[in-house]
Design a binder for this molecule. Structure first.
Ligand code: DQA
Length: 144
């Protein structure tokens, strides 16, 4: 089964972002780590990134139509996009929210996630491992 791995705004520019939160990991490191871990778990992944809210919503609609499981780092949209939340609600297969950093240990505006309440679970604060743990959890969810 294919798993859609969606990434929101600015995750393609981790090289320019706060090293204290994101370390030295780049978007391409994350993609490569996900691809290699997925293949060990026997999962097919389709990894995408967009800075555009509409494009992310379009991909969520595609996931809903095709009943695809979704691992999703909505980045800053996590904290305020009701449109993305509404699109996540339409998903038919399991969904997992991931974050590289731990938003609860950062600025107050990051303490709210409008996504957490409509996904199966959230994994945050483990860097690239957040995605790998999510793959493991998703593997269990889709093979249950
Ligand atoms: C993030 C956390 C968000 O608060 C932030 O806006 C991001 C990245 C993370 O992966 O830690 O862009 O989603």
């Amino acid at each position: 089964m294919k798993i859609l791995v969606l990434n929101g705004p600015n995750l393609n520019r981790l090289d320019l972002r706060e090293k204290s939160y994101y370390g030295d990991v780049t978007y391409s490191d994350i993609s490569n780590a996900i691809t290699s871990h997925a293949s060990k778990l026997g999962l097919e992944v389709d990894i995408r990134q967009s800075n555009d809210e509409a494009e992310l919503i379009f991909w969520l609609h595609e996931a809903a139509d095709q009943k695809l499981p979704v691992i999703f780092n909505p980045a800053a949209f996590t904290h305020y996009s009701y449109a993305i939340r509404d699109a996540v609600v339409m998903l038919k297969a399991p969904s997992i929210e991931v974050h590289l950093s731990n938003p609860l240990s950062r600025e107050e505006f990051r303490h709210t996630s409008v996504i957490s309440g409509v996904v199966n679970g959230t994994i945050a604060g483990f860097g690239v491992n957040s995605y790998l743990l999510a793959l493991q959890a998703m593997s269990d969810l889709v093979t249950d």
